[in-house]
Structure formats: structure tokens, C-alpha cells
Design a protein around this ligand. Structure first.
Ligand code: FAD
Ligand code: FES
Length: 367
């Protein structure tokens, strides 16, 4: 009796496996989708690709890089594009990442859309400017116990055009059984230093890319990245700016402030940076020096868990608690926030309570 049940289960397992293999074979060989046309932004660009791959990889093979942080596994939702025709049904993998507004606007995860026939799609025009770069890590330095700065010299292409505040995607390599991945990092260098890209990376325990950066990536190694991406950048108004960041959220703001200095932008600006204690602070001397070079700029580091008996003379407490001392009325301000969701959400609430307009809030959430 037991033997015949085992035989039946075995037979079922083998049949299922054969069917799955047959489906994969059919998908790859028999279902030859042939050449398919990708019409991007109403004829702005037209590509002929071989059907069968995802929209994300078909575009990347033709040097159109859509942001992607999960390697196409359908779990980061960075790769959204508008698919106006030919994309088929929204898959169950996509559903959790698409809001009702997204679905109404034909937004899809490009990594989950298979190219099976001609497709019409729309992407932001800036994505035509994103490229894949090959470079060399020329400098890796520790900024705090859990933050490093990388300086990458670009080889191919040898320069990048970006706006201060934008981010790139760094490609990690396979190591210790962990897959290669792509992760977003804000550029901390300034646009005029176009032959290099600098990033500031905070270690995430067990994180795939950050462990590679901290433990495996050495100076002199070849590095690949793509970009620039994102619309986190300083507006071209003269409105007073309030910058708020914690940890590696420093990166885009460090770039924006030094770019302001270079352009002689003398708008009123105040920068609140959050850390637990003095060990979390970096670029402190440089930021206080900037107060002299940018006449309307003020730097306010805020420490939440600094030893009460230490000689620290700066602010103690979370940014939302410190902020009212410096900004009584935020109505005229623009706010630029970078870091964890918790920090950003708490600061946005505090600023809104002081009159900041929703439309004047710009942020990049890192997690
Ligand atoms: C637009 C944008 C810009 C960014 N810029 C920067 C930057 O300049 N510097 C920087 O250090 N990071 C930045 N990040 C975050 C970065 O892209 C990665 O998410 C982060 O480095 C973790 O990658 P990982 O592969 O090491 O971790 P993963 O393997 O992806 O994650 C491992 C685990 O850690 C959790 N996790 C992921 N990210 C964080 C985090 N930041 N803190 C705590 N837990 C986390 C995950 O939920 C998961 O459980 C940015 C993110 C975005 C979206
Ligand atoms: S690439 Fe991450 S969801 Fe598509």
C-alpha cells in the first residue's frame, strides 16, 4: 500500500517537472515572439527587439536604463513605466505595488511586463540621459563607524552629467553565495567634478550591497553604475530652503550645498542633521566652514542620545523638537529631506504644523 502511494507521488512529481520544463522550452523555443517594436513616448524613440524578455531588460539592452533595485524580481517597484498598449494583464506580482491611480494611468512594473508583441510605452524624458558607466574605485574612506565614502573615477563613458541631488545605481558583484544586485545611492560629489562619482554608504546589517561595499570592494577594483536618476534637486526659485537629513542622507545635501557655493546661490538655507551622538557626525568642520562661504547658510547638527555629561554645546533632541527654535513660520520655505521614512515623516509633520506647503516638500526615502 505504502509502496504504491510512494510510486503515485513520484509519478506526479516527475509529470509536474516535465510539464514545467516543457512550458519553459515552449516559452523559449516554440513561442517565438519574433521582432517586436517598442514605441517610446509617442514615437520619440522606436526600438525593434526580440520578443520573450522583460520590458526592463529589453530596454536596458538598448541602453535605456529604468531604475531597478531588486534585479527584476518584482519587489522594489522602482521600475514603473506607463505601458499604453501591448503590455497584457497586470500580474499578481505587480498588484501590491500599484495604487488604483497607477492602474488607471497604465503604470506597470517594467520587469514584470513580457515583450510578446509591439508595445507602446511612456517614460520620463530624463531617462533617455541615463547611461551605464564602467569606472574604478580610486578611494574608499571611513567617515564614521558605519559610513564610508567611495570615489569612483569614470572610464567608459568618462564623464557624467547630473544635477546635485540625483542618484545612481551601483552594481554589486556576486560574493559568498549572494547574487549581484543594484542599489540606489545619491551622488555626494558635485556636477562640475564630472569625471568622478562619489557616494556615501551606510552599512545595513546583512544587507547584500552594503556588505559587498564594506567587506569585499577594494580600492583599484572595477565598478559599474548607471544613472543619473531621480528628481530630488534644488528648485530654481529663491525661496528659503530647509534641509533635513540623517546618516547617509547627508549625501545629496552635501552635493547640493557645495553646488550652491560654486554657483554663488545665496538663498537663505538651514540644514538640520540628525545623529545619535557625536560618533554619527561627519563633515562637521566643512559644514561650519560653509556658513562663512554661503552667507545665508546655517548648519544645525542635532544629537538624540548624546551623553548628558559631555562637552557637546550643540542641539540635543530630535529634529522636530529642535526645529521650532529656528523656524517659527515655514510658510515661505521649501523643504528637502533625505534618510529613513521615520525621520522624514516626523520632520514633514513638524514643518507642516509651521505652515509649510505640501507642494514645497521634496524628499528621497532610503528605506
Ligand atoms: C533614491 C534612493 C537613494 C538612496 N541613497 C542612499 C545613499 O546615498 N546612501 C545609502 O547608504 N543608502 C542609500 N539608499 C538605500 C540603498 O539603496 C539600499 O537600500 C541600502 O544601502 C541597503 O542595501 P543592501 O543591499 O545592503 O540591503 P538589502 O539586502 O536590500 O536589505 C537588507 C535588509 O535591510 C533592510 N534595509 C534596507 N535598506 C535599509 C536601510 N537603509 N536601513 C536599514 N535597513 C534597511 C531591508 O528591509 C532588508 O530587510 C538610497 C535609496 C533610495 C531609494
Ligand atoms: S526591478 Fe524591482 S520591481 Fe521591477
Amino acid at each position: 500500500m505504502l509502496a504504491s502511494i510512494g510510486l503515485a507521488v513520484g509519478f506526479l512529481a516527475i509529470t509536474t517537472l516535465l510539464l514545467a520544463l516543457l512550458l519553459v522550452f515552449a516559452e523559449r523555443r516554440i513561442l517565438n515572439y519574433g521582432p517586436c517594436t517598442l514605441d517610446i513616448n509617442d514615437g520619440k524613440k522606436s526600438l525593434v527587439v526580440t520578443g520573450g524578455s522583460s520590458l526592463l531588460s529589453s530596454l536596458a539592452e538598448n541602453d535605456i536604463f529604468i531604475p531597478s533595485a531588486c534585479g527584476g524580481r518584482g519587489s522594489c517597484a522602482y521600475c514603473k513605466v506607463k505601458v499604453l498598449d501591448g503590455g497584457g494583464m497586470v500580474s499578481p506580482v505587480e498588484e501590491p505595488y500599484l495604487t488604483p491611480e497607477d492602474i488607471k494611468a497604465n503604470v506597470r512594473l517594467s520587469c514584470q511586463v513580457k515583450v510578446r508583441r509591439d508595445i507602446k510605452l511612456a517614460i520620463p524624458d530624463e531617462l533617455f540621459l541615463a547611461k551605464r558607466f564602467q569606472g574604478k574605485l580610486v578611494h574608499k574612506r571611513k567617515l564614521t563607524y558605519d559610513v564610508v565614502e567611495l570615489r569612483i573615477a569614470l572610464n567608459q563613458p568618462e564623464s557624467i552629467e547630473f544635477a546635485a541631488g540625483q542618484y545612481i545605481q551601483l552594481e554589486s558583484r556576486e560574493y559568498a553565495g549572494r547574487d549581484a544586485v543594484m542599489r540606489a545611492y545619491s551622488v555626494s560629489s558635485i556636477p562640475s567634478d564630472s569625471r568622478h562619482v562619489e557616494v556615501i554608504i551606510r552599512k545595513v546589517p546583512e544587507g547584500i550591497c552594503t556588505t559587498w561595499v564594506f567587506d569585499h570592494l577594494q580600492e583599484g577594483r572595477e565598478v559599474y553604475l548607471s544613472g543619473p536618476f531621480g528628481d530630488f534637486k534644488l528648485s530654481d526659485t529663491k525661496a528659503p530652503a530647509v534641509f533635513l537629513a540623517g546618516g547617509s542622507g547627508m549625501a545629496p545635501i552635501w552635493s547640493i550645498l557645495r553646488d550652491m557655493r560654486e554657483r554663488g546661490d545665496d538663498r537663505e538655507a538651514i540644514y538640520f542633521f540628525s545623529g545619535r551622538n557625536q560618533d554619527d557626525l561627519f563633515f562637521t568642520e566643512e559644514l561650519f566652514a560653509l556658513e562663512k562661504e554661503l552667507p545665508n547658510f546655517r548648519y544645525v547638527p542635532c544629537l538624540t542620545r548624546e551623553d548628558p555629561n559631555s562637552e557637546w554645546k550643540g542641539e540635543r533632541g530630535r529634529i522636530p523638537a529642535v526645529l521650532p527654535k529656528y523656524i517659527a513660520d515655514a510658510t515661505a520655505y521649501e523643504a528637502y529631506l533625505c534618510g529613513s521614512s521615520n525621520l522624514i515623516d516626523a520632520c514633514v509633520d513638524a514643518l507642516k504644523q509651521r505652515g509649510l506647503q505640501e507642494t514645497n516638500i521634496y524628499y528621497d526615502k532610503f528605506e
